[in-house]
Design a protein around this ligand. Structure first.
Ligand code: GLY
Ligand code: MN
Ligand code: MN
Length: 437
């Protein structure tokens, strides 16, 4: 499994603690284990921020970082080695190996968490944890009440609570060189998988068979899981933005929209391509496709440090709206259609989102109501689309049910951008050539 160097996690912990005052104690817990049905568990996927700070994939784990008088100490509470449990359920890192493997100062067994936390919080100035994490909030609440109850024994409980997530979110939003390499690898895997889908697609295949080709290619290249549920939408299913049924037969003369991305060591990719099931775009499909592609190109052209999301969205909206006027799907002046947002009947979502460990990654989009400027090291998607209601009889039949989205993964660089998914064909000619081959 491709993995970042352990020092990367250690440096993140140091960076985080440098932002906090002396006496701060950070508590972050792993993702819970969820039951699927009966005694079957959902596949376990570590919480992104917990993994970001620990590099630890196992459940039942808590990380506690302390800005103490002698500097920062890191403490992990994890499952103990247990031969019987490991025979049944899989290997465990264990308390003895955890410090060296994770570059963490101290490791304790999870069962001691509540008792140890009282000691670690005694005399702390503030407790820093994710306010939206219910389990941790409950743990902190209980620990603080116990600590206050021990005042006569000389224990001192912290008086401030601080939300951890905005701090970690801001760190996660800016990708390091190692993270960028990882995201480029994830993007490459997804590019190859989308190419495979274009190559093998045939009239009469089911959407789930095409999905299986994509997923197979993800797995054979080392991806551990999907970054999100794949969308493989033939014909007018493409007009359902979050279509995931993926169970219809692909028809001659239809387009198929695939929105699928692999995850690699907890980093996501997120690609959409739309192509003709039979390998050749019809005139109407080509018109809409090239309009979306022009909007995509216009949005990309805005990307550089200092630009804002609204620049990309406005550029795409202008191209799409003018194009829809030109072909008669909207009427009247460009400015009026933009002002009254009539384009939203066909393009009803935003231009993109942050991409990272989560497909819709963390990080705020606005400061004081203003769109936040891009800076080097951010990764965003660019994904304009046009979706024409199949049931709208006011629209000429040749357009109805066409749904097109084009989505790439874009790194903001020092003076522009790098398209991490640029090697996936995107023009009509390149797609038709690949499919003919
Ligand atoms: N695949 C989810 C999205 O494109 O936002
Ligand atoms: Mn996306
Ligand atoms: Mn997507």
């Amino acid at each position: 499994m491709t993995k970042l160097a352990t020092i990367e996690y250690s440096n993140r912990r140091k960076d985080l603690m440098q932002q906090l005052p002396r006496g701060a104690v950070v508590i972050i817990q792993c993702a819970p284990v969820y039951i699927r049905n009966g005694d079957v568990e959902h596949d376990y996927r570590q919480d992104s921020s917990f993994y970001y700070l620990s590099g630890m994939v196992e459940p039942h784990t808590t990380l506690v970082l302390v800005n103490g008088p002698e500097g920062c100490s890191s403490n992990i509470f994890c499952r103990s080695k247990d031969k019987l449990q490991e025979i049944w359920h899989g290997r465990r890192l264990g308390v003895d190996a955890a410090p060296h493997t994770l570059m963490i100062d101290n490791a304790y067994t999870s069962e001691t968490l509540e008792a140890q936390l009282i000691e670690l919080l005694d005399g702390a100035s503030q407790v820093v944890f994710g306010f939206s994490r219910e389990n941790t909030a409950e743990l902190v609440q209980q620990s603080l009440s116990k600590l206050r109850g021990l005042a006569r024994q000389g224990k001192i409980s912290p008086t401030q609570v601080v939300d951890l997530d905005p701090l970690v979110d801001a760190m996660r939003l800016l990708k390091s060189a190692a993270e960028i390499d990882q995201m480029a690898l994830a993007s490459n895997i997804s590019v190859v998988a989308h190419k495979r889908a274009m190559s093998v697609c045939k009239v009469g295949m089911n959407e789930f068979q095409l999905a299986a080709e994509v997923h197979h290619q993800f797995s054979v290249q080392g991806s551990q899981r999907l970054a999100y549920g794949s969308i493989v939408a033939g014909g007018d299913n493409a007009c359902i933005l979050h279509y995931t049924n993926n169970d219809q037969v692909l028809q001659d003369g239809d387009l198929v929209l695939i929105d699928a991305g692999c995850e690699l060591d907890h980093y996501a990719s997120d690609i959409t391509r739309t192509f003709p099931v039979n390998g050749r775009f019809s005139e109407a499909q080509k018109t809409i496709y090239e309009l979306v592609l022009s909007a995509h190109t216009a949005a990309l052209a805005c990307i550089k440090p200092g630009a804002v999301f609204a620049d990309m969205q406005n550029a795409a909206v202008e191209v799409i709206t003018q194009g829809l006027i030109d072909i008669g799907l909207l009427t009247g002046e460009l400015d009026k259609n933009i002002a009254d947002q009539s384009y939203r009947k066909f393009y009803m979502h935003n231009i993109g989102h942050w991409l990272g460990m989560d497909v819709h990654d963390v990080g705020i989009y606005k400061f004081n109501g203003e769109s936040r400027p891009l800076i080097q090291g951010m990764v965003t998607t660019v994904e304009p689309g046009i979706y024409i209601d199949p049931d709208d009889v006011s629209i000429a039949p040749e357009w109805r049910g066409i749904g097109v989205r084009i989505e790439d993964n874009i790194l903001v660089t020092k003076d522009g951008y790098r398209n991490l998914t640029e090697y996936l064909p995107v023009t009509v000619a390149d797609i038709e050539t690949l499919m003919a081959g």
